[in-house]
Design a protein around this ligand. Structure first.
Ligand code: 2IT
Length: 447
């Protein structure tokens, strides 16, 4: 494979789309060796086809804010790859959303979904709508306006969106309500992350964080370590961080830090159930300030403005917020403060320099597409329940999630174990996902 040539072509076609190019580069670097052992992939130009989305929808979203002013945002849906199933992936509402961000996420999603063992292709979508400071009514009006365009692009057997940053159960409710009204289709399987009384899966809200901790457990076990009593620093306080904090505490770890765009809250005695519950209120408030935790729990959560979670001494770092949130300098600071494991929960949460630093300095590291795949996997389980008009218990869903995370870990070990015996989880996840998607593409001909 001519990685440099493919990257140069891609950069020329997508100028300035740095996140997208970063995600592709990471995958190509780690699959190169395997790719070169399969001349049939090269002949069918699998990589050249795989790095481009199947199609991109871009649309204008106009809505009226609480002051009566007309607002216009941009909306997108990127259907990236359908080799192994219908398009599947979340919607991100964030002021920084641009096509590059959604392309990187759609590309990552394709490999992640392949790891879940379920038949789902990759997609991503969203808008540059900024939920910070918006009222509930504004969120509803925006979601309705967004769906007025999106509904034509999606369907339970075509493309199934879900939540991501800025899109949780509330937004999925507003989106689903408008979808039904426009499409006159009452198939709940068109969106996942729905409410439990209208087709949602029990445990979907928790699934990304729970799955991440199950994966972390397997990784630690394989390395001969245990999570009990370990200090965990995590970033963010949204849905993913909430699920991760809940499961980390349940498994006996001590969550000593959460963070937000405004700074970090250190929690020296470990997070409590009340604090975990309060994370949900903080998200629902749309204030986007982690300082609110310190205001609510004075003396127990100590806020420092402008600092990241990575400045707090810990054993295990769990980035749960946003891409590129952990830099090489952060990696160095973490290690200097005693950290020996980083499981990336956010999509591409670590910068390339940070990943290389972890890998070259004996710090256990696993990438987001493996660690956080429990979220979309449970979306897949929600689709199964919807398609068969049934509802599984929490135990049934949790058992299946557990099994899937174990299988993802096994795939990483299978494809990532190096000649010297150490496991390269980045290679393992990328090669396992790639082999599945590439083989499916090959078998389906040149399309
Ligand atoms: O990044 C992700 O995997 C998600 N935001 C979840 C996607 C989904 O379809 O559940």
């Amino acid at each position: 494979m001519k990685t440099a040539e493919i990257m140069a072509n891609l950069a020329a076609k997508h100028p300035g789309e740095n996140e997208y190019l970063q995600a592709v580069q990471e995958v190509l670097e780690s699959i190169e060796e395997v790719y070169n052992q399969h001349p049939e992939f090269e002949k069918a130009k699998i990589v050249e086809r795989m790095v481009e989305p199947d199609r991109i929808f871009t649309f204008r979203v106009t809505w009226v804010d609480d002051k009566g002013e007309v607002q216009t945002n941009l909306g997108y849906r990127i259907q990236f790859n359908s080799a192994i199933g219908p398009y599947k992936g979340g919607l991100r509402f964030h002021k920084a959303v641009v096509p590059s961000m959604l392309k990187f996420l759609g590309f990552e999603q394709t490999f992640k979904n392949a790891l879940t063992t379920l038949p789902m292709g990759g997609a991503k979508g969203g808008s540059d709508f900024d939920p910070v400071g918006k009222s509930n009514d504004e969120i509803m009006r925006f979601c309705q306006a967004f769906m007025q365009e999106l509904w034509q692009c999606i369907g339970p057997d075509q493309d199934i969106p879900a939540g991501d940053v800025g899109v949780g159960g509330r937004e999925i409710g507003f989106l689903y309500g408008m979808y039904k009204k426009l499409a006159r289709e009452y198939n709940t399987g068109v969106l996942t992350g729905k409410g439990a009384t209208w087709g949602g899966s029990i445990l979907r809200p928790e699934a990304t964080g729970f799955g991440a901790l199950y994966f972390t457990q397997h990784l630690l076990q394989t390395a001969g370590k245990d999570i009990v009593g370990k200090k965990v620093a995590l970033s963010g306080f949204g849905n993913v961080a909430w699920g991760a904090a809940t499961k980390a505490k349940e498994l006996g770890a001590k969550v000593v830090a959460i963070s937000g765009p405004d700074g970090v809250c250190e929690i020296p005695d470990g997070i409590t159930d009340e604090m975990i519950d309060y994370m949900l209120d903080m998200r629902a408030s749309n204030r986007n300030k982690v300082e609110d935790m310190a205001t609510k729990f004075p003396g127990k959560a100590i806020f420092t403005p402008g600092k990241k979670a990575w400045s707090i001494p810990c054993d295990i770092a769990l980035p749960c917020a946003f891409q590129n949130e952990l830099s090489e300098d952060d990696a160095k600071e973490l290690q200097a403060n005693g950290c020996w494991c980083c499981c990336e929960v956010s999509n591409m949460g670590c910068q390339p320099g940070a990943i290389h630093y972890f890998q070259n300095n004996g710090i256990l590291f696993a990438p987001g597409k493996a660690v956080n795949a429990g979220g979309v996997a449970t979306s897949g389980l929600e689709m199964t329940q919807n398609a068969s008009h049934i509802s599984w218990s929490a135990k049934e869903v949790d058992d299946k999630l557990h099994f899937i995370m174990q299988s993802i870990h096994e795939q990483c070990v299978k494809y990532g174990t190096q000649p010297d015996g150490h496991i390269d989880y980045v290679k393992g996840a990328n090669i396992a996902g790639f082999m599945k998607v590439a083989t499916a593409m090959l078998e389906q001909g040149i399309i």
